[in-house]
Design a protein around this ligand. Structure first.
Ligand code: F6R
Length: 611
């Protein structure tokens, strides 16, 4: 959500910043801007994509300096427009030439704005960021680092910022609280960005800026402090991402690439963690909490969006495999109720980015109320990973497509392992565990079988792609899969879709069904198969067009549906790992057939770092 990149070094900043913005564009893409010091301060801003910004500055020698900041925006305060685009400036009348790019929300911006207006400041945008820029200018006394520290002491909310000042052309100041920021350390240069994808092409040495920390960077030195100017020593580490992981390769879209990566990312996720013969799950991240986890009496799963759907599957798994009472909650709702967290509760935050503001706040709340907290997170060192007592990383590599796919598979896989890990310490028998783990190890090759049917899935999708309202139905662990199928379809193709438990349809939504309405039903073999067939008949008898996700070899299914997509036969607890794949492909093909921008759907951005 908003991408920041900043550079100080010896190379042309413009090229590096634009390239970084393109890599961060999945975080927001309604407007973009750049500021470079080259003798004086040069600024360009534009509504729309980074390509538009590039066209503005690529042949302009004024932008040839070697220090600068840049931003790609996902609007929070103020509509997408050039005047609301970053970088924002201090009061132009004062003329210190300060420019700020920001990701996050300054919650007390209205109070600060009023204070500054009373001091004579006038504002040119509707953003909270401009208020911060003015505040830094107001407090500027010849030292940018000190002015930023002082301003941040007055601010409540979340921020990752990068700041330059025309009067100090060899200094870049960056800071963060809540929103992520990484400092890449090169030879006489620093590249700072919201995530490592904008850094790895230049250096693999980096440090994560700690919460409420400020860094002052010159070409050959850095200093990090708290906002109260207490000096800190960050740990420089090797970045885990490779350039290849963040390039499209032969694929047309990141979403398609990531769908196809799923067999291998799942293998990596399981690697070294499953011992099927020994009926054991080895989760190194939990080693220090093994005894506590043996004692737990309740599981609380927290997440948003796709991660929430994975968590909902987790609820079935924890109850089914571990026999532990489990609740799943929208993280955003959890923290604003009065949630009762009983003794021996483990709260698990499920998140790809590890930065989702609602999920972070919810897990903090659960911790405050006495829960042991675990993370099922993808991004190493992210806020949720650092906030939780322990955790299990998804290990699916960087997810660039805004619509989450391989992270979902990783989340479900980690929750399956966690449920089995805790299950073995409760009721799960040795043989049952062993059988499940052998079947689990086969899932990556089953996903490969499904991916090989992409052309058939394309054809099925094409048959109904002109319809504007769809339903997705499932029961048991496949109910959250239905929700996920509907979410994928709406977010990238803008088709209205609802997911629900198959039985719920007749309690109202059945009124929507008319001739040809697409209804995707997860109808795999399992304990509720016959009931799902009954639900399909209810749809068919009203003229609906049923697309069944069925178990390989189930020829009977053809009598009850218009189209069938087959998935390999796997034990019920593992079915979501295969049944979701055709739904991802249906959404992908529908979006492409409708001519939509699959990797940059309208109004969305990856990593929602505001509440
Ligand atoms: C949907 C999607 C979102 C995220 C949600 C949580 O495709 O990507 O619904 O799942 O914003 O994000 P994370 O997993 O980063 O916490």
């Amino acid at each position: 959500m908003c991408g920041i990149v900043a550079y100080i070094g010896t190379k042309p900043a413009k090229d590096l910043l634009l390239e970084g913005l393109k890599r961060l564009e999945y975080r927001g893409y309604d407007s973009a801007g750049i500021a470079i010091i080259n003798g004086g301060l040069k600024v360009a801003r534009t509504i729309g994509r980074v390509a538009g910004l590039e066209a503005l500055v690529e042949n302009d020698a004024d932008f040839d300096g070697s220090i600068g900041i840049a931003h790609t925006r996902w609007a929070t305060h103020g509509e997408p427009s050039e005047r609301n685009a970053h970088p924002h400036s201090d009061d132009l009348k004062q003329g210190y030439g300060i420019r700020v790019v920001h990701n996050g929300i300054i919650e007390n911006y209205a109070t600060l704005k009023q204070y500054l207006q009373e001091k004579g400041h006038s504002f040119t945008s509707d953003t909270d960021t401009e208020v911060l820029a003015h505040l830094i200018g107001e407090l500027y006394d010849g030292n940018l680092e000190t002015a930023v520290q002082s301003a941040l002491r007055e601010v409540t909310g979340a921020y990752a910022i990068a700041v330059i000042c025309e009067k100090e052309p060899d200094v870049l100041v960056v800071a963060r609280k809540g929103s992520p920021l990484i400092v890449g350390v090169g030879q006489d240069e620093y590249v700072v960005a919201s995530d490592s994808s904008a850094i790895v092409a230049h250096t693999t040495q980096a440090f994560l800026l700690d919460n409420e920390t400020v860094a002052r960077l010159t070409r050959d030195s850095f200093r990090t402090t708290t906002v109260d100017n207490v000096e800190l020593t960050p740990e420089i580490k090797e970045l885990e991402y490779s350039l290849e992981q963040i390039e499209l390769g032969d694929f047309e879209h990141f979403m398609l690439k990531e769908i196809h990566e799923q067999p291998n990312t799942l293998r990596t996720c399981m690697q070294g963690r499953i011992d099927a013969a020994g009926s054991k799950i080895v989760l190194g991240g939990l080693a220090d909490h093994s005894d506590e986890l043996t004692q737990i009496q309740r599981v609380l799963l927290l997440g948003q969006g796709t991660a929430l759907h994975a968590a909902m599957i987790g609820e079935y798994l924890f109850e089914g495999l571990a026999g532990v009472p489990t609740e799943v909650e929208f993280a955003s709702e959890f923290r604003y109720r009065n949630p009762i967290v009983e003794e021996r509760t483990v709260a698990i935050a499920v998140s790809q980015s590890g930065e989702t503001a609602d999920t972070l706040a919810a897990v903090q709340e659960a911790k405050r109320r006495g829960a042991i907290t675990l993370g099922a997170v993808n991004v190493v060192g992210s806020s949720i990973a650092r906030e939780t007592d322990a955790g299990v990383y998804l290990r699916v590599g960087p997810e660039i497509g805004v619509a989450s796919t391989k992270a979902f598979i990783g989340q479900v896989a980690v929750l399956t392992m966690l449920a089995a890990y805790i299950g073995r310490r409760h009721h799960l028998g040795r043989d049952e565990m062993s059988d499940l783990m052998y079947a689990f190890e086969e899932i990556p090759s089953h996903i490969e079988t499904i991916l090989a049917q992409s052309e058939h899935i394309h054809k099925v999708t094409k048959g109904v792609v002109n319809r504007d309202n769809w339903l997705f139905l499932g029961r048991g662990t496949n109910y959250p899969v239905a929700l996920e199928g509907a979410l994928k379809l709406k977010e990238i193709s803008y088709i209205h879709a609802e997911g629900m438990p198959a039985a719920e349809m007749k309690h109202g939504p059945i009124a929507l069904i008319d001739k040809g309405m697409p209804v995707v039903v997860v109808a795999t073999k399992g304990s509720q198969y016959e009931k799902v067939i009954g639900n399909m008949e209810e749809v068919r008898s009203r003229g609906g067009h049923v697309i069944a996700i069925a178990t390989e070899g189930d020829e009977n299914i053809h009598k009850h549906c218009n189209d069938a997509i087959f998935v390999p036969d796997v034990p019920e607890p593992l079915q979501p790992l295969v049944t979701v794949v055709p739904l991802q492909l249906i959404a992908y093909h529908a979006a492409v057939l409708r001519g939509k921008d699959v990797d940059k759907p309208r109004n969305l951005a990856k990593s929602v770092t505001v509440e």
